[in-house]
Design a protein. Structure first.
Length: 57
């Protein structure tokens, strides 16, 4: 989320959630993390981490 700046416009999003829906919030620190060997975790690996039944259909 970070600090707010008045010179940068904010975008507001909305979604209708139903019983059983899930919301996953994460920061760029998750996908930008590196292993001790310097390998980037990355978005693809992050998506693979999410069980298929919980991914957007």
């Amino acid at each position: 989320m970070g600090p707010t700046r008045p010179d940068i416009p904010r975008r507001i999003h909305s979604a209708q959630l139903e019983p059983g829906d899930r919301v996953l919030c994460y920061t760029d620190g998750v996908v930008d993390a590196r292993s001790s060997d310097g390998e980037l975790f990355g978005e693809e690996r992050f998506v693979d981490f999410i069980p298929p039944r919980h991914r957007r259909r």
